[in-house]
Design a protein around this ligand. Structure first.
Ligand code: WTA
Length: 650
């Protein structure tokens, strides 16, 4: 392994930092020694209608029960809006930067209050009640944030579905949580191209109806003015509806453990699961991590480039920043439109201080050339962040040297949809940085590495990453399937939360995430279950069997490599390959498009019929010298054919 460079905390990073290294060590020690005391204190960072007297009540054993601040009453939209009005009613809450660089607007906290209250009243008018599930399928426009906050105001549970998902994927999510109210837009706009959100919604509603879930109301935001279908009685224009209701709506008093949102995410097996987060602990954790990880100070302009369709958008565009009274920038577009300078142009235009993005974007922009960065100033930047997948040291150094001009710390933040907020991360004024390492645990987080047999590994080691005790932002269950929650996260290593990630700890106690150890692949920072892509492929009538694995991809981190066995008599053609890619896009969405399809007369299976993915991964990586023992295969000869026809010859 090449020598690791260490970037020490610079004096300027420490100067006004909220947390220095001594404070980190002290707080961390306290947080793991006495979580009740630590979180009892920090839980007060949000406002409670009724203060909690109990702090932590959690168990990773048996039925697994996770409760934080359970007897407290609060409301998320109250904390993200109302409590700021006195001090910062006229401060910008959201800066919206449109797909088109000439399209932007600012929304103050006062305005946010009115938008959210009106929308909450519209939902009430249509009968949406506490505990009801509302599906949000939106572009990156302020109304997406209004919709989230309006749900929390009345105690409805939102389920946001990423706008890039197909009608089938949207339908599956509507059906799973039996959601009868949908908020969408006529069309989305990204990189100058429109996305037919309403048309997709219409199709999804028809599919859901076949599964006996009847969507009763669709609220439609006019974004592009494009032509759309309309079901009178069911469909309502957002702009019409919000006009006719009152601009105030009292926030519902919610129990800390009342559900806040569901977010579907991919796992190793089966359909995406509905990760359920609850109210109090989630908000405490999202706001606290947002403040300390990004060293957020009052008045900072903060920009996270994620989409609200992913957990990063939930915790670090909307809930964390707004709970802290921040100015959060919401970007509708893409990094390379109209040019590869777009991110840095936006940084200069709005004087962004804190910038948080994904390694895949960094790598793509690195490939576009330094001149796109260098012609911009970026003087306002104080903290840079990375999330979603391991960042390779080359991309890290480029981000540091070129984007940050060697003056700005990078926080490489490791976390998951399930964790609600950041778990392993540097703190800008405290942590010496090592490119490629997410460094050290956040307060209250107890990582542990175990081998495949579950033996705990001490000191410098390489293993499977578990977390041994609960933190307030942790998911509480899989919506409607608590048994699946237990099996997925707590059964592999008994009594521990298993993350699904591999990880190395070095001699300094720094953590290096090495990627998923399960059948999940991480494509451009988006999680994709190989099982989902396989079932999409097999649903095509010419396909008899499919196996999907990840392989290293320069920009995406991992690409999707599919082995496909066709029905007998079907010819393997280039056209069929295209047809299969289109089919997967239709079933799931563009993010699941296979990068490579290899037609394979047979797949390597054990005598008991289990597909040996290890072999398929090696062939996809073009590393077939190291196939290992193939003697246990039912038919070792299939491997020769797979190697001969591999699609990734170097
Ligand atoms: C990966 C995104 C390395 C990891 C917030 C995890 C990372 C999965 C990092 C969760 C990071 C996320 N370094 N790997 N800084 N951040 N991952 O649920 O494999 O979309 O398990 O949450 O992304 O993806 P998810």
């Amino acid at each position: 392994m090449s020598e690791v460079r260490v970037h020490r905390v610079q004096p300027a990073w420490k100067k006004n930092a909220l947390i220095d290294n001594d404070t980190y060590l002290r707080w961390y020690g306290e947080s793991v020694k006495n979580p009740d005391k630590f979180w009892g204190k920090h839980g007060k960072r949000i406002d409670w209608f009724k203060p909690y007297t109990k702090v932590k009540n959690t168990s990773f054993e048996g039925k697994v029960s996770i409760k934080w601040f359970e007897d407290g009453l609060t409301n998320v939209s109250y904390n993200c809006i109302d409590r700021h009005l006195k001090k910062r009613g006229n401060q910008t809450a959201i800066i919206w930067e449109g797909d088109n660089p000439y399209d932007d607007k600012k929304i103050t906290y006062n305005e946010l209050y009115e938008h959210v209250c009106r929308l909450a009243n519209v939902m009430k008018k249509h009968g949406v009640k506490k505990g009801d599930r509302v599906t949000i399928y939106m572009p990156m426009i302020p109304e997406a944030a209004y919709a989230m906050l309006a749900c929390t105001r009345i105690g409805a549970i939102h389920s946001i579905v990423f706008g890039g998902f197909s009608p089938d994927a949207l339908a599956g999510r509507i059906v799973d949580c039996e959601s009868t109210f949908v908020i969408t837009a006529d069309e989305g706009l990204r990189g100058g191209k429109s996305i037919p959100l309403k048309e997709n919604t219409d199709k999804a509603i028809d599919i859901a109806a076949k599964h006996h879930v009847m969507v009763k109301d669709v609220l439609v935001v006019r974004r592009t003015g494009g032509k759309i279908g309309w079901a009178p009685g069911r469909d309502h224009w957002y702009h019409d509806e919000v006009r006719s209701v009152k601009p105030e709506c009292k926030p519902e008093k919610m129990k800390a453990e009342d559900p806040l949102f569901i977010l579907y995410t991919s796992g190793s097996t089966g359909k995406p699961k509905g990760v359920l987060h609850t109210t109090g602990g989630y908000l405490v954790y999202a706001s606290m991590t947002h403040q300390y990880v990004f060293d957020y100070h009052d008045g900072d302009i903060y920009w996270c480039t994620a989409d609200v369709g992913w957990v990063t958008g939930h915790s670090y565009i909307v809930y964390g920043p707004l709970a802290n009274g921040a100015t959060t920038l919401m970007f509708e577009g893409v990094p390379n439109y109209p040019s590869a300078s777009r991110f840095w142009d936006v940084v200069d235009k709005h004087k962004v201080n804190i910038f948080y993005t994904a390694p895949t974007a960094i790598r793509a922009l690195m490939g576009a050339g330094d001149e796109h960065v260098k012609k911009t100033s970026r003087k306002s930047l104080r903290v840079l962040g990375s999330v979603g997948e391991p960042i390779n040291p080359e991309a890290w150094e480029w981000y540091y040297n070129v984007v940050g001009d060697k003056k700005v710390p990078i926080v490489d933040t490791w976390w998951q949809t399930e964790t609600g907020g950041i778990l392993i991360t540097p703190l800008p004024g405290a942590t010496d940085l090592k490119p490629g390492s997410a460094t050290r645990p956040f307060f209250g987080v107890k990582p542990e590495l175990v081998d495949n047999e579950g033996n705990v590994l001490d000191g410098a080691a390489d293993g499977n990453l578990c977390i041994t005790d609960s933190w307030p932002g942790q998911m509480r269950t899989v919506y409607g399937d608590h048994e699946r929650f237990i099996q997925t996260y707590f059964a592999t290593y008994k009594g521990k939360y298993f993350t699904g990630d591999g990880c190395r700890r070095d001699a300094d106690g720094y953590y290096w995430i090495t990627g998923r150890v399960d059948d999940v692949i991480n494509v451009s920072g988006h999680r994709m279950g190989t099982a989902e892509v396989e079932s999409a492929l097999v649903s095509h009538d010419k396909v008899s069997e499919a196996a999907v694995v990840g392989y290293p991809h320069d920009i995406k981190g991992q690409g999707i490599y599919s082995y496909v066995t066709l029905m007998s008599g079907i010819e393997a053609t280039e056209d069929l390959r295209k047809e299969l890619v289109a089919h997967v896009r239709k079933e799931i969405g563009a993010i699941a498009s296979p990068d490579k399809i290899q037609f394979a007369p047979g797949l390597p299976k054990t005598r008991s019929g289990k597909i040996m993915r290890r072999i398929l991964r090696k062939i996809a990586e073009d590393d077939f010298g190291a196939l290992g023992d193939t003697s246990t295969l039912a038919d070792p000869a299939v491997v020769d054919d797979l190697v001969a026809n591999r699609q990734n010859k170097r």
